[in-house]
Design a binder for this molecule. Structure first.
Ligand code: TPP
Length: 622
């Protein structure tokens, strides 16, 4: 059994700051071993966390946290931070219901200064904190730690643009591991690669160690180091032009370089930018060699690494999309597909290989992805934007103003619709039906199974305006999709079970729970398929021969599909009562998808219970 005496002695960063500096490399070894062991038992983000062990130790050693504000970008690399800030025990229930969140969360710890999960927010938030400190006359630091992938988003540059002239006393640390989830893309990445090309980086690295290794006098040292480094690396770097003082690059695994550098920077005023080079997966060979595979992991045996899947299981909706995309691309050379940095998660690996000229990874840039698709559509191409529901939130104006308003034929393949599970509230896709259905020209579909998902994608592709197919995370029902590109009638649902009195109107993957409930209640069950256009005829028919309608969806009740049904009933003067089942008006925590659905009453038992309660209440009211 491995022992971890130093790690065991740390209950908070104050304990860490009491250690001698020469003990910190050993602490890093213990912390890294703990993370590998712990994440292999719970699942979670691994590669990124292994890459930030030393940086996290150095930050807590140098800065007076939580008084000084550490703001992590995306937050998927915050595990070492969690361990060092009193949550080591909690890591055994990482991302589990009621357990520690996989991301920084303000309500979880005072050390989590800013809640996050979506990328590229850290510089804006840290700038806000820095200027608030100035306004209140408080002497504390604000530090944003952002990856090279996250740095590619517009929001990060909007913040740089603001911070450089705001005379903010803040530090931006670029954690450059030359990876997003997959290899990074774009011109910024080319600039960073040039900056860290072996000659300059290695020279800077030894200079940095030489110059900064023996610390004070701080200001003089930092000035000389800056000049020295600037002399070797192209002067006036991109970040300098933004008004930041640029330092680096330095080795982010070398505590002897990191700590003196951070100490020096702490003493300097104004906007500072430190470029740190790390390796994703550092210290765990398997992850170093395949950082993509180990970016987000399930449970695995740390000794053997992740074993390739056995196969034979049900297809995920993501796979259904990936297969459809390749088939549709084969059938139509106008198809082009776009991902904002989610090639693997969106099931586009094969497509990217087979159709490299029609594949666009635009970086973490959802807004750009959508408007870029609009431009492609203007010229007669047929763009498919593959995007997670939660990340589409970022591109709302682009969806409205650039795509829908111009009625452009862009297909949105929206993955992770509904509750996503362990990633929690930052990643649940629970608002899309509400925020998309209200946009004119949009067609909105919710497949109930894999076969339907494929047919909906083909249907969407055949339309002459914007459309969205919204499917959940994970495996479907086991219904094998056809290999054809057949379509569905627009705006038509189907009755899947004929019953009495009660009609359950289900949207998307909750159909199977509705069918089970339908059997128990002897209720009619309709698979509504389209949220927009709604099958008004079917609703009128069901309202005519049932005494209770129940809408069922994995979306916020407010503004969701059930609300649309209510509108139709009111418009047609139909008096039949409607009960809307869906997600309540609060953020849903992390936890296993099935467990969350059960708690929210959206499984078979919950639907039956809700209907019986409603019937009981109305009969006792009579
Ligand atoms: C707005 C947004 N889009 C997409 C994602 C999904 N995502 C999570 S981590 C990540 C890559 C981040 O790369 P980088 O910032 O370089 O961090 P690294 O994992 O390399 O440490 C992406 C695309 C996200 N969290 N937020």
């Amino acid at each position: 059994m491995t022992t971890s005496p130093l790690l065991d002695s740390i209950a908070s960063p104050a304990d860490l700051r009491r250690l001698e500096r020469k003990q910190l490399p050993q602490l890093a070894i213990e912390l890294r071993a703990f993370l590998i062991d712990s994440v292999s038992q719970t699942g979670g983000h691994l590669s990124s966390n292994l890459g930030t062990v030393e940086l996290t130790i150095a930050l807590h050693a140098v800065f007076n946290t939580p008084e000084d504000r550490l703001v992590w970008d995306v937050g998927h690399q915050c595990y070492a931070h969690k361990v060092l800030t009193g949550r080591r025990q909690g890591m055994s229930r990482l991302r589990m219901h009621g357990g520690v969140s996989g991301f920084p969360k303000r309500c979880e710890s005072e050390y989590d200064t800013f809640g996050v999960g979506h990328s590229s927010t850290s510089i804006s938030a840290a700038l806000g904190m820095a200027l608030a400190a100035k306004h209140k006359g408080e002497d504390r630091k604000a530090i944003a730690i952002i990856g090279d992938g996250a740095m590619s988003a517009g929001m990060a540059f909007e913040a740089l643009n603001n911070a450089g002239v705001a005379d903010a006393d803040m530090l931006v640390i670029l954690n450059d591991n030359e990876m997003s989830i997959s290899p990074p893309v774009g011109a910024l990445n080319n600039i960073l690669t040039r900056l860290t090309s072996s000659k300059t980086y290695n020279a800077a690295r030894s200079a940095g160690r030489h110059m900064l290794g023996f610390a004070p006098p701080l200001l003089e040292l930092a000035r000389r180091a800056e000049e020295h480094v600037k002399g070797m690396i192209a002067p006036g770097t991109l970040f300098e032009e933004f008004g930041f003082h640029y330092y680096g690059p330095i080795d982010g695994h070398d505590l002897d370089a990191l700590i003196p550098t951070l100490e020096n920077l702490r003493a300097l005023k104004g906007p500072k930018f430190l470029h740190v080079i790390t390796k994703k997966g550092q210290g765990y060979k398997l992850a170093e060699n395949d950082p993509i595979l180990y970016h987000g992991v399930g449970k695995f045996a740390a000794k053997d690494g992740i074993q390739s899947g056995k196969g034979g299981g049900k297809l995920t909706y993501t796979q259904v999309f990936g297969d459809w995309l390749c088939d549709q691309a084969k059938a139509d050379s106008r198809l082009v597909a776009i991902t904002p940095a989610m090639r693997e998660g969106s099931g586009m690996v094969r497509y990217a290989e087979e159709y490299p000229d029609r594949y666009f990874d635009v970086g973490i840039a959802e807004q750009h992805a959508v408007t870029f698709a609009a431009g492609l559509a203007c010229e007669g191409l047929k763009p498919v934007v593959a995007i997670y529901s939660t990340f589409l939130q970022r591109a709302y104006d682009q969806l409205v103003h650039d795509v829908a308003l111009q009625n452009l034929p862009v297909v949105f393949a929206v993955d992770r619709g509904g509750l996503v599970g362990a990633d929690g509230p930052t990643h649940h896709g629970t608002f899309d039906l509400s925020f998309v259905t209200c946009i004119p020209n949009m067609v909105v579909m919710t497949p109930a199974d894999e076969a339907e998902c494929r047919r909906m994608l083909s249907t969407a592709y055949g339309l002459n305006g914007p459309s969205l197919v919204r499917y959940p995370r994970g495996a479907g029902m086991g219904t094998l999709p056809s290999t054809q590109l057949d379509t569905l009638a627009l705006g038509k649902g189907e009755v899947r079970r004929q019953g009495k009195q009660i009609a359950l109107l289900a949207f998307g993957s909750l159909l199977s729970a509705a069918l089970g409930a339908g059997d128990e209640l002897d209720a009619t069950v309709a698979n509504m398929r389209f949220v927009k256009p709604l099958d008004v005829e079917l609703i009128i028919e069901l309202a005519g021969n049932h005494s209770l309608l129940v809408s069922i969806e994995e979306n916020a009740i407010i503004g969701g599909a059930g609300s649309e049904i209510e509108r139709v009933l009111a418009e047609h003067g139909l008096q039949v009562p409607l009960m809307r089942l869906g997600l309540p008006d609060r953020f849903i925590d992390h936890g296993e998808q099935g467990q969350l659905l059960a708690e929210l009453g959206l499984d078979q038992t919950g639907i039956v219970r809700a209907v019986r309660q409603k019937l009981g209440a109305s009969s006792s009211a009579q």
